[in-house]
Write a protein that binds this ligand. Sequence first.
Ligand code: ATP
Ligand code: NCN
Length: 222
Amino acid sequence: MCSGQAIPTYGDKRRMRIGLLGGSFNPAHRGHLALAHIALRSLALDQVWLMVSPGNPLKAGRDMAAFEQRMESVRHLVDDPRLVVTDIEPRLGTRYTVDTVRKLHRRFPLAHFVWLTGADGLVTLSRWKGWHQLVKAIPVAVMPRPGHNYAALHSAAGRYMARWRIPSRCASLLPEQKPPVWVFMSGPQDEISSTSIRQRGHFRVAQATPQPLGKLFSGERS
Ligand SMILES: Nc1ncnc2c1ncn2[C@@H]1O[C@H](COP(=O)(O)OP(=O)(O)OP(=O)(O)O)[C@@H](O)[C@H]1O
Ligand SMILES: O=C(O)c1ccc[n+]([C@@H]2O[C@H](COP(=O)([O-])O)[C@@H](O)[C@H]2O)c1
C-alpha cells in the first residue's frame, strides 16, 4: 500500500496534472507515444506536453533537423487530444530544463508538473545544468527502456535520487508529491529510437540553419 508512506503532498488534488515530455524528436516515434500514454494512465495525468527542444545542450547539431521539421513530426504522431505538442521552450527563451521548469512553475502556478523521461535520461542527468535543483523542483517519472535500465539505477543521478524513489504501484500519487520524488514506471519496453530511424534513412534531415533561440518563435517571450 502507498498510504503507509510518509510522503509530503501539496494537499490540493484538483489542480491540473501535466506531464512534460521534453525531447529532440528527431524524429518522433512510437516510443514517445507509448511513454506519453503510459504516463497518462499510470500517473493519472490530465495532459502530456510534448515539448520540442530548440536543441539539446548535450547533442551536437550535425544531424539535427530544423525545429519546425521536428515539431511537424510530433504533430503527425499524436493521436489523443490530451497530448499537446508545444514549442514552449523557444517561447520562454529556454534551452536548459531547469530554466524551463522554473519558468513554467511561475507561469502556471496551479499546475502539478511531472518531468517524464526514458531511462537513458536518468543516465545523463548528472551532466545537465543544475540537475540537483531540477530534481528538487519537479517530480520525475522514468520509463524503462531496453539497454538503459541497469545503467539508470546505478548512474550518479540514480544513486543520488534513490532515497526519494516511490514504488511504481504508487505512481498515480506522484504529481501531487512535493519533490524530490520519483518513480520508475512499469510498462512494456520498446527498442525504437530516433537514431535507428535516421540510420535506416526513414527521416530525411532538412538542413537546419543555426538560429538564436528568440528567432525560433516570433511571439511573446518572458
Ligand atoms: N523507446 C523508448 N522508450 C522509452 N523512452 C523513450 C524511447 N524513445 C525515446 N524515449 C524518451 O523520450 C524522450 C525524448 O527522446 P528523444 O527525442 O531523444 O528520442 P530518442 O529515440 O532517444 O532519440 P536519439 O536516438 O536521437 O537519441 C527522452 O526522455 C527519451 O528517453
Ligand atoms: O538541461 C539540460 O542540461 C539538458 C541536457 C540534456 C537534455 N535535456 C533535455 O532532455 C530532454 C530530452 O532530450 P533528448 O535530446 O534526449 O530528446 C529535452 O527536453 C532536453 O532539453 C536537458
